[in-house]
Design a binder for this molecule. Sequence first.
Ligand code: ZN
Length: 130
Amino acid sequence: MKIKKSDQEWIEQLSPEEFYVCRQHGTERAFTGKFYNFKGDGIYSCVCCGAPLFDSETKFDSGTGWPSYFEPFEGAIDEYRDISHGMIRVEVRCSKCDAHLGHVFPDGPEPTGLRYCINSVCLTFQERED
Ligand SMILES: [Zn+2]
């Protein structure tokens, strides 16, 4: 079941930057986000709906200035073809609320060979409990 809210509802719930990136397909500037150089042990979730998206064990330092992961939780992410900005890319969105998260590229590390390049502003982090 997808979560559907009006723009007005999202505006009331999110910060202006969160709304711009997650709901209007924006991109945060590289090396400005809170998670690109963050190494906590835990779970990253969708800032819009709280759905778990990535485990910190799949995070790697891609050097791009955005947090990067090689594998999302199963079923957590939907992929869409994106032909904006003169490039053919694969956009990734939260499968539960359709939040724009970033893009996936085929140049990541093993075992998947994928690089999920995600905007920090789309994520919240919860430290793992023992
Ligand atoms: Zn979501």
